[in-house]
Structures are given as structure tokens and as C-alpha cells.
Design a protein around this ligand. Sequence first.
Ligand SMILES: Nc1nc2c(ncn2[C@@H]2O[C@H](COP(=O)(O)OP(=O)(O)OP(=O)(O)O)[C@@H](O)[C@H]2O)c(=O)[nH]1
Ligand SMILES: [Mg+2]
Length: 482
Amino acid sequence: MFGGDRDLDTICAISTPPGLGGVHLIRISGDKSLSLTRCFAPFLPGKPESHRVYFGTLISEKNSSEPIDEVLITYFKRGSSFTGEETIEISCHGSPFIAQQIIKNATYYGARVADRGEFTYRAFLNGKVDLVQAESVLSLIHSESEKSLQVAMNQLKGGLSFKLKALESEVTALLARLEVSIDFTTEDIEIINASEIKERIQKIQEPILTLLGSFKSGQRIQSGFEVILVGEPNVGKSSLLNRILFEERAIVTPIPGTTRDLIQEQIMIKGVKVTLTDSAGMRETQDPIEQLGVSKTKQGIQRADLILAVFDVSNPHFESLVPQLPESLSNIIFIGNKVDLICHEEQLELLKKLQNLLTQLNKFQNVSEAETFIQKRSIFISAKSETEALVTQNQVLKLIESHLETGSFGDEAILFQARHYENLQRASECLVRAGLLAQSSSSPEFLALEIKEALIRIQEVLGEQFDDQILDRVFSEFCIGK
Ligand SMILES: Nc1nc2c(ncn2[C@@H]2O[C@H](COP(=O)(O)OP(=O)(O)OP(=O)(O)O)[C@@H](O)[C@H]2O)c(=O)[nH]1
Ligand SMILES: [Mg+2]
């Protein structure tokens, strides 16, 4: 898609979303931006000031006395624009027809309509951003929560690139050292010893492992977390959903089997997008509609990042609830609902009962692990109580927040793109193999091969090593005009 003579063309596109709006923005980038725009924007001076806005009337290519629109034009000189090329931005009134007319004029005078992501591609090509930063532009556009915006912005500002560049220079230095070693092996001089190599490999490996470790949370921060409410019919799942949302979103009745489908709503918890799902109560049933609902609940359990397993404290059926949940308890929280129906002693007894059952099912290594789990992963609430409504909502939201792995990343660089993860994973594997080779006192040639491969992987993330396929993959996800 990209590359070759096409990279020399002056390109144009509407950068605002299609349809009616307050304004539309048309971007023109390339060597001929100014000269071709002046053909239909005669009010532009021959030598405009960079970053200055000019007001005037555009005229049609067909008839110079026919005005198209009154517009604002911003001029960016070569080297001082997003793409690094001479760029013109035209803000016109928000009619798709006017915007199209401007594109028609620009192409008439020699511009070509840009491909997806071509402006960002040019920024990459002209060294304005590296590939990691170019990708962050896309993430920034797609950000749906405060946290994902923060993470993408950090990447755009170069947070991740800075880390990767530091790694690149460490790996290059090690490789250079190994290569010197190779040159001197015939003379039997030990230029670099095994323990030094191992130490240096470890120093490189550590930040890579930290980055790899941040991937799961990073991805979730971008795409959002899924939390599902499950349990037997009538335990109060829908009542709890309504409590959390603070609105009567789902139907609540005393009839078991009221909810038949998944009911989803999005909420923000600490700046992170969370999709909250209410589900059909799980039970054996002959009703075909309810059967479909139960099967959807089971699929929802597989997908969820966090499962809120709700039970009715006045009628708990742990023996049938627990086997319906995933084998591992790592993402499960037990919520005892209808606590208004029992006393404190009964609550303690229930917890003991749940703990015993989970222990019998070999979910824990020892008693203290079981006790800690119950302490941290179970609460009692009354979803129905109006007076406790705010407290219940707060309690449950806090619990969800503390169990979602949003990480406490602050301003640190984290990984959230699969392409970065795959490359760094491979770099890390090379380093592990290199470490083993160093341990077995292998020849430096073999070691150098692994280190070289690790270097290539890091450079590929940054876009210092790339082929057209990688660029096509990255930029094809962009929209036109970006
Ligand atoms: N006493 C008491 N009743 C509650 C409480 N929470 C819910 N209920 C009642 O329990 C019944 C069932 O509530 P739902 O929220 O519909 O239960 P559900 O788990 O969604 O049920 P299904 O959709 O059938 O699976 C309703 O009559 C609620 O009013 C509570 O905290 N205390
Ligand atoms: Mg329900």
C-alpha cells in the first residue's frame, strides 16, 4: 500500500468524521500543498507565515467567480507540521458537500486522496514519530476512558519508546562486546567472561519482563474489563445490578427465572471502562428460552475478568453454585445477598460453611489461605434495602475495583498492543537462550546470534526494522484523514 513514488505525492483528505457538523477539516500534505491550494484560495499569500490562520473565500475550479465557502486556512511550513511536510489545514462549514467540493478542487490541482493512516505514516517516514508513537495516535483516537487515554498519551509522548531505546542501546553494546570477543577467540584471549554476560543479559531482561507483565492489564485498560453477576435464580442478581447502576435497569420479580438474557451496561471505575453484565439464573430447566439464557450465562462466565457469584443467604446452595464456577477461584467474589433476612451469627456460620466446602474441593493449600480468601473475597449485602442503597453501591464498587488488575501504573510505560508484546516476547526468549548458552560456555558466535535476534525484535517494535507488511498492518487500522 505505502512506499515508492506514491510517498512523494501531495495528499488530501477530510479529517473530520463524515456527516453534518459544526466544521469540517480538510488536510493537505506534501510539497505542493501551498501552491495547489493557492489555485482555489487566492487570498493566501505566496509566502505565508507558519502556524498562522488566514481567512478568505474559496473559489471553484470551474468558475473563479463561484464561491465555495468562507474558510480558515492554517499553514504549516515543512518540518513544522504533524507529517513533517508542508501542510495546509482548511476549516470549512460543517457540510459534507462543501468538504467534498474542497477535495475535488485539491485533486483537480494535483493532490491525491490519502490512504488510511497516510498522514501518520508520513509523520513516521519523516522521523516525526517512531512506529510505537504512530500506533499510539490510533489508540488515542479509540480511547474510551480516562485511563486508556492516559496510557495512549504516555505512549505518544514517547514513554515506551524511551524505554525501548534504552534497551536497544544496552543490547547493541553487549552485541559489540561479543563481536570483539569473536574476533579474538583464535588468540585465546577471554575478552568477556560468562558471568559478566549473564549479568548484562539479566539487566536487559528485567525491564522487558516488567513490560511483558503489564500487557494483560494494559490491554484491559484499552478494551475495558468485563464483570458478570451470576448465581441461581431469584438470589437478587438483577436487584444488585440496579443498585450498582443506581437505576431500575433490569426487571426484578419474586418469580425465579425472571432474567432470560444478558443485560449489559457500561460504567467507569477509577477511569477504567467496565462492562457489567446481569445474567439468567443458573438451574436445570425444561423451558427452552431459559435454557438459552443459562447457556449465555455460561459463556459469559468464560469471558469475564471478574465473576460476582451471588447467593441468597436465607437459602444458600453452595453445593450447586460452586461447581458452576470456573475451577480456579482467582477471579471470583462471593456476594451473600438478602442479609436483612439473617442475623450476624448466621452470617459467620455461612462463611464457615463456604470455607469448608471450598477446602473440601481442594481449592486451597492450607487453612490460612482459605481464611484469607473468605476475608477478601466475600461480602454480605442487601440489594433490596433502600436505606443502605448508597453504602451497598459503594461497597460493591470498591470490591470490584480492588480485584480488577488495573495496576497502579501511574505514568509508567506499559504494553497494550499485541505487536509490541509478540516482538518483546520473542526478544525475551532469545535472551533466555543466550543466558543458557553463556552458562554452558558456548562459543560467542552462538550467543551473538541470539542477542542480534533480540535486538532486531526491539528495533522492529520501534519501526527501525520493518517491512511493508508491518507498515500495512499498522496503518490499515487507521481511518482516512489521520
Ligand atoms: N429480602 C430481600 N429480598 C431481596 C433482596 N434482593 C432482592 N430481593 C428480592 O428477591 C427477588 C428476586 O430478585 P431478583 O433481583 O429478580 O433476582 P435474580 O437473581 O435477578 O433472579 P432471576 O432473574 O430470576 O435469576 C425479588 O422479589 C427481590 O425483591 C434483599 O436484599 N433482601
Ligand atoms: Mg434477574
